[in-house]
Design a protein around this ligand. Structure first.
Ligand code: GDP
Ligand code: MN
Ligand code: MN
Length: 248
């Protein structure tokens, strides 16, 4: 099994209004079934999901949290504005956004954008992935899959990795339950988060700094069956329950 991975080079600095799928299609040729990963930061810049710090007036909670975390209260206000549930305020804000994704500072970024501006996660990242799939189909006639990625921290281990925040053209999970192992035993538990695995490698190709590679194409990943319930329901999420009990 040979999987081919291509980081798309030569893309310009992206601004609101830029046609990202068109810019990507000018720089690669797609085949049926390819998977296109796009950094959420760059998708958001193209769509204008950004804010000027100078436009933000911090309210009492943001001022209080910022006093503890030693961050700009306007930045914390932007984080709170994107959050539907706060799991942790200190030593960093950990919060849920409307789609169910939980991330440090709600995924709001201050890097890879002009001074004084913030990049927000796309408010509808699943819709964003659908839109990328449709746009590439329109331009090339090819049916591909798309994953919108973000770099995220994780529990238990040092180091950030790429996660899928939106996807289209595939299921998030490859479900191994009911399959048999090499010894004929039926698997009862294993659900593989394929979109996160692919996003993780895409993130590796992108890097975090000035490589200028916000899009990565995977070829020959094959297909799988499963489901899209990537996020735990609150009642099954042990970490979330403990954090809310201990840390607020
Ligand atoms: P995030 O993981 O979605 O928050 O995005 P990052 O800020 O880590 O950037 C991921 C990749 O995209 C890195 O290689 C950046 O250098 C690149 N990148 C970010 N913004 C732009 C842009 O406007 N144009 C280009 N060409 N690359 C960008
Ligand atoms: Mn980010
Ligand atoms: Mn990143």
């Amino acid at each position: 099994m040979h999987i081919h991975v291509e980081g798309i080079e030569g893309l310009p600095i992206i601004h609101e209004g830029d046609d990202l799928p068109a810019l990507i299609c000018e720089r690669t040729s797609f085949s049926e079934g390819d998977i296109l990963c796009i950094a959420s930061s760059v998708y958001s810049k193209a769509k204008g999901y950004t804010r000027y710090m100078s436009d933000i007036v911090p309210l009492e909670r943001a001022i209080r949290i910022a006093g503890r975390t030693h961050e700009d209260p306007r930045f914390i206000q932007a984080v709170l504005d994107c959050s539907t549930d706060i799991l942790l305020e200190y030593p960093f804000v950990l919060s849920e956004i409307s789609t169910g994704h939980i991330g440090v500072r709600a995924g709001v970024d201050q890097s890879n954008i002009e001074d004084g501006m913030l990049i927000l996660l796309p408010p509808d990242p699943m819709g964003a992935a659908d839109e990328v799939v449709e746009a590439v189909h329109e331009i090339t006639g090819r049916s591909i899959g798309a994953i919108i990625t973000d770099t995220c921290g994780r529990s238990f281990r040092r180091g950030q990795t790429g996660h899928a925040v939106g996807w289209s053209g595939m299921t998030a999970i490859r479900d191994f339950r009911g399959d048999v192992d090499l010894f004929g035993r039926v698997l009862k538990i294993t659900e593989e988060a394929v979109v996160d695995e692919i996003a993780g490698f895409a993130n590796f190709v992108m890097g975090e700094s000035h490589a200028g590679i916000p899009a990565v194409v995977f070829r020959n990943c094959g297909t799988w069956t499963g489901h899209d319930n990537l996020y735990f329901r609150p009642e099954e999420d042990l970490t979330r329950a403990l954090l809310k009990k201990e840390c607020m």
